[in-house]
Design a protein around this ligand. Structure first.
Ligand code: PMV
Length: 337
């Protein structure tokens, strides 16, 4: 019989405990440098390849969970109705863990600017798992927490800790060998720049987009080879703090992922004219000697990768750039509050 999310939870948390009064947690968002695109198991969100990301430090999700008389979910202080997609997705996940008689009051605050085109689902599901771990006193290790976060959203398994995280794809059918591990090193000069080019919701979410690419793009067949080449190069670049190797590989990896998306049917063309303008501008700045590289996810916004010494020049060229220092205030591996 195929393993389902409930039996993974049962395996990792065999003894259920009553809920404490309340728990809070924070998890950072993350951006992949070598991307995850395509699943080998839809229900367990098991990836076809590994991926490697960097967390966004202070940009993420704060979540508070309290035992209550009835279920309630507020996002940025605004109550969400039970038929809203955010409510349904969160409680479907929470239901994997709670005794059906317990009601919970959940408050979630993202420090990610609304409409910045940054996925908040990764940090939200990671924060939910960290808060539940406190609420029920499971005392789970990083590996188990990462597996559980993955059941909410694949990339959430990389948001369970700060810094560079590598998601090992695993081979097992139950996915107990598919989790993210921290690359325990920092890179204080490393910066991420976010350029918000469009605030509209993406038309096709990553889950549906991946499936469509897998089913309809012939180019997708080359994607595992691309990752097999890029991921070790990115890991090595991080270890050597080599921005050129990291930037060149990450940019090519992101554009290769987009090539598979564009060749899907119906096509997944996430780029807007402004995205292409920014890519051209980055290429022009590179030819003038600036060390700056681009990465993009399932949306039109472009993220810049560079070192601190380029910050002033880049702000002059991109006045709207939001600059993130992934290692500022990211001391603890498990940033419980
Ligand atoms: O975890 P999901 O379903 O949000 O997928 C994330 C997909 C990308 O952001 C495009 C790539 C990645 O590795 O984060």
């Amino acid at each position: 019989m195929k393993t389902d999310p409930a039996s993974v939870v049962q395996r990792l948390i065999p003894h259920r405990t009553p809920a404490q009064e309340q728990a809070t947690a924070y998890a950072p968002s993350n951006i992949a440098l070598s991307k995850y695109w395509g699943k080998r198991d839809e229900a367990l969100k098991l990836p076809l390849t590994g991926s490697l990301s960097v967390s966004l430090g202070a940009l993420g999700t704060h979540m508070k969970i309290q035992a209550a008389e009835e279920d309630h979910f507020a996002l940025y202080g605004k109550p969400q109705t039970p038929d809203s997609p955010a409510y349904k997705r969160l409680f479907a996940f929470i239901d994997l863990f709670r005794d059906p008689m317990t009601c919970l009051h959940i408050e979630s605050h993202n420090t990610i600017p609304m409409g910045a085109g940054l996925a908040s689902s990764a940090s939200a599901f990671a924060a939910a798992v960290l808060a539940l771990n406190e609420l029920y006193g499971w005392a789970l290790d990083l590996q188990s927490l990462s597996i559980l976060a993955r059941l909410g959203s694949g990339s959430a398994c990389r948001s369970i800790a700060h810094g560079f995280m590598e998601w090992l794809p695993g081979e097992q059918e139950d996915g107990l060998d598919s989790f993210a591990i921290p690359l325990t090193l920092d890179w204080p000069e490393f910066r991420i720049g976010i350029l918000t080019l469009s605030e509209t919701e993406k038309a096709i979410g990553s889950g549906e987009g991946m499936l469509r690419t897998l089913q309809t793009s012939t180019l997708y067949k080359s994607w595992p080879d691309q990752v097999a080449r890029d991921l070790p190069r990115i890991r090595e670049a991080v270890q050597n703090r080599d921005l050129v190797q990291l930037g060149e590989t990450a940019e090519q990896n992101a554009l290769s992922m987009h090539a598979t998306m564009i060749s899907a049917w119906p096509p997944l063309l996430y780029w807007q004219p402004k995205s292409i303008q920014v890519l051209h501008k980055i290429h022009a700045l590179r030819s003038q000697g600036l060390s700056v590289y681009a990465t993009m996810d399932a949306g039109p916004n472009v993220k810049l990768l560079f070192n601190r010494d380029q910050q002033q020049d880049l702000t002059a060229h991109f006045p709207a750039l939001t600059i993130i220092d992934p290692f500022a205030g990211a001391g603890d591996v498990l940033n419980h509050e």
